[in-house]
Ligand binder design. Structure first.
Ligand SMILES: [Zn+2]
Length: 468
């Protein structure tokens, strides 16, 4: 079994920092040597390979629990395949993604899962799991949820938005939540009041307001707050653990905080775009705003402070990306003259770790909290811990060596995502990935991609480890 010693670095975990060397044997972490207690030169046998991490951080690989590779949406398909998307993720220090298999109405969950396995199988550079999007709640679907759990998929996403496509009624949501509760599974919710939003959209179009900014104006934060509260109430009645995806609005955060204060199993994630971008970007002239169309929409800047605070107080437990890129040319352009035709989403999977580290540099998060929201909590929330999310003996050697001092400018000219623009174009951050290991194998190193599509394996996940 080949061994690698990562020497001289500062190991950062959710519980703190430690000057330590990390010994990797095969696909696992074999030992962590605190240098002032057990110097690896004395304690460890000579390793086959030594990676010098002096002056760098050694982190558990990032876990992005919300991506959409090759997602069919609005007559087109998101631009990153599992191959290009997982490679870009590795460049950015993410070593696990959890993507969404999407049930089309009238189809079965297991057939859907097979379809997504076929897309990902043999193409991923890093490990991956799946959540299941349930868009057709009926007796057969509800029965199949248990089979999904047996197949390692135990988180089910429902939508209160997109009537006619993904939308479920409150009654359907309640049924799915009851079923999830009886199996210990977690329900994930896209919480926006899609019925009310559709009325606002119809009014905007009737009045000739077709520019991209109207995507934001027709999805006001109050309707995210309302839907979040309603989801929390339904989950309480069903006794079901609830995870609010891509929380963007202060109103929604308030509802989550209130539920958590009374001990309900309610959790939430936010995404880098809601921390760094705003409605102003959506309002950029000449259809440039289309580059920033995602749902929920980017919010007025004042929401950002609430979100950072929520990350510190743990009312927001996870930062994921909702990575769902569409090229400007031919994809975003479908919505010229009608903002409702702009495919929703953009690419972030490569930049999540860097943008959060920028939050550390700005004093918004501590170093351990960075690792916690980007890796450790996602692992626990979705049943991957301690195999993933920690630097400890016995865990998978998913390790990122991170230089906290390098300055870089995010740009489509240098990113590795398969999309022709960057929503973060020109943003300068401090810090950059130097090396990424996936199960002991170097995927990114010496400024090159050294991985291989197909190295990444499907992860059967256990249950949420935060339930009370
Ligand atoms: Zn999503």
């Amino acid at each position: 079994m080949s061994t690698t010693l990562i020497s001289g670095g500062t190991v950062v975990t959710a519980s703190g920092t430690l000057d330590a060397d990390v010994l990797v044997a095969g696909e696992k972490i074999a030992a962590v040597f605190a240098r002032d207690v057990t110097p690896s030169a004395e304690a460890a046998p000579a390793a086959d390979q030594v990676i010098d991490a002096t002056g760098k951080y050694v982190l558990p690989g990032g876990i992005d629990v919300h991506t959409h590779m090759e997602l069919p949406f609005g007559g087109t398909v998101s631009a990153d395949t599992f191959e290009t998307g997982t490679r870009a993720a590795a460049w950015g220090g993410t070593t696990t993604i959890i993507d969404f298999a999407v049930q089309a109405k009238g189809t079965s969950l297991l057939a859907t899962l097979d379809k997504w396995h076929a897309k990902a199988d043999g193409t991923c550079s890093i490990d991956y799991g799946f959540h299941m999007i349930v868009s057709d709640v009926n007796d057969a679907t509800l029965k199949e949820m248990d089979a999904c759990i047996a197949a390692g998929v135990n988180s089910f996403k429902l939508f209160m938005a997109y009537p006619g496509v993904f939308y479920s009624t409150d009654g359907e949501i309640l049924l799915a939540m009851q079923k999830a509760a009886s199996s210990g599974a977690t329900v994930m919710m896209h919480a926006e009041n899609g019925i009310a939003i559709d009325q606002l959209i119809a009014q905007a179009l009737a009045a000739g307001r077709t520019e991209p900014v109207n995507h934001g104006l027709t999805r006001p934060p109050e309707l995210e707050g309302e839907a979040t509260s309603r989801a929390i109430t339904l989950a309480k009645v069903a006794g079901c653990p609830l995870y609010i995806v891509h929380l963007s609005a202060a109103q929604a955060l308030e509802a989550v905080a209130e539920a958590r204060d009374i001990g309900q199993n309610v959790f939430a994630e936010t995404c880098p775009q809601y921390l760094y971008l705003s409605l102003d970007d959506l309002a950029r002239p000449d259809f440039e705003g289309a580059k920033f169309v995602c749902s929920p929409p980017l919010r007025p800047r004042e929401h950002q402070d609430s979100l950072w605070r929520g990350l510190r107080t743990n009312d927001l437990s996870v930062v994921s990306t909702d990575h769902c890129p569409f090229c400007f040319k031919d994809q975003k352009e479908l919505g010229r003259g009608d903002f409702t035709k702009i495919p929703n989403g953009f690419g972030s999977v490569e930049h999540r770790m860097d943008l959060l580290h920028a939050g550390v540099a700005a004093g918004q998060l501590t170093l351990p909290r960075w690792v916690e929201v980007a890796s450790t909590t996602p692992a626990r929330m979705f049943g991957l811990y301690p195999r993933k999310g920690v630097i400890a003996a016995g865990s998978d050697a998913d390790i990122v060596i991170y230089d906290p001092h390098v300055r870089q400018t995010l740009s489509a000219a240098t990113h590795h995502m398969n999309v022709d623009y960057s929503a973060y174009e020109g943003i300068e951050v401090t810090g950059q990935v130097v090396t990424t290991l996936s199960r002991g194998r170097v995927v990114i190193g010496d400024g090159t991609y050294q991985g291989s599509p197909g190295h990444g394996t499907f992860l059967e996940r256990g249950l949420n480890q935060y339930l009370r």
